[in-house]
Design a binder for this molecule. Structure first.
Ligand SMILES: Cc1cc2nc3c(=O)[nH]c(=O)nc-3n(C[C@H](O)[C@H](O)[C@H](O)COP(=O)(O)O)c2cc1C
Length: 199
């Protein structure tokens, strides 16, 4: 059975509520479901005049609070980008669903605070291991194999661990279908405003 029927998504979209509801189902499912490409969306930041993109694992999605959670190494280049300019775009597309979801918002970095502590406690050993890599993400190196993680104490990684909370203010939904594509945008200003767009 495909993800489309497991999530009980509409075959076609006739009202705006359906598009937000499907986005909620897809992104909520994607947190634990590594078989959908929405599990690993692309997160883009701004570095001066350049846009920088990277794939990240989606750790949490909450539509009521309008947040996504990501985990990263505190030494990574993107931390510096988010600190200087926290405008972020997150995008994903799953060819099985033929759905693209794009969100705009702001990211807040959490390091050694309650948010980071609780996310670290929830993480499994395999995820925690990444944060024990020496030198830190993005450092230029001559020999990658020297940086394979071998002897490590898993809890030592906490000092390099950080949580990114992405607070989105718009969500765009695009469903590709040969009989007619459907594109909708939902924007949270004082309240939620939703409209169709030409696909
Ligand atoms: C499938 C996949 C999942 C990834 N998940 C994460 C992640 O959850 N967090 C993260 O920081 N980097 C993740 N990465 C690595 C990033 O794409 C990126 O290479 C790294 O974080 C350095 O990015 P930066 O230099 O922009 O900080 C993932 C890469 C792939 C291919």
């Amino acid at each position: 059975m495909g993800i489309h029927s497991i999530l009980n998504l509409p075959v076609s979209y006739t009202d705006l509520d359906q598009t937000l509801n499907s986005a909620d189902l897809i992104l909520s499912d994607a947190v634990a479901n590594a078989t959908t490409l929405f599990h690993t969306p692309v997160v883009s930041s701004i570095n001066g005049k350049e846009v920088v993109s990277r794939v990240m694992v989606l750790r949490e999605f909450n539509l009521a609070n309008k947040i996504m959670r990501f985990h990263t190494d505190y030494r990574a280049a993107k931390i510096k980008h988010f600190t200087k300019n926290n405008n972020v775009s997150v995008i994903g597309y799953d060819p099985n669903l033929k759905i693209q979801i794009k969100l705009q918002g702001r990211i807040r970095v959490h390091y050694d605070d309650e948010v980071a502590e609780s996310a670290w406690k929830e993480s499994n050993g395999r995820s925690k291991k990444c944060y024990s890599v020496k030198g830190g993400s993005t450092k230029k190196i001559l020999e990658p194999s020297e940086y394979d993680i071998q002897d490590f104490e898993v809890e030592d990684g906490y000092k390099n661990f950080s949580v990114l909370i992405f607070n989105f203010h718009s969500l765009e939904f695009l469903h590709l279908k040969s009989s007619g594509h459907r594109r909708a945008i939902h924007k949270w200003e004082d309240d939620l405003k939703s409209t169709w767009l030409v696909p």
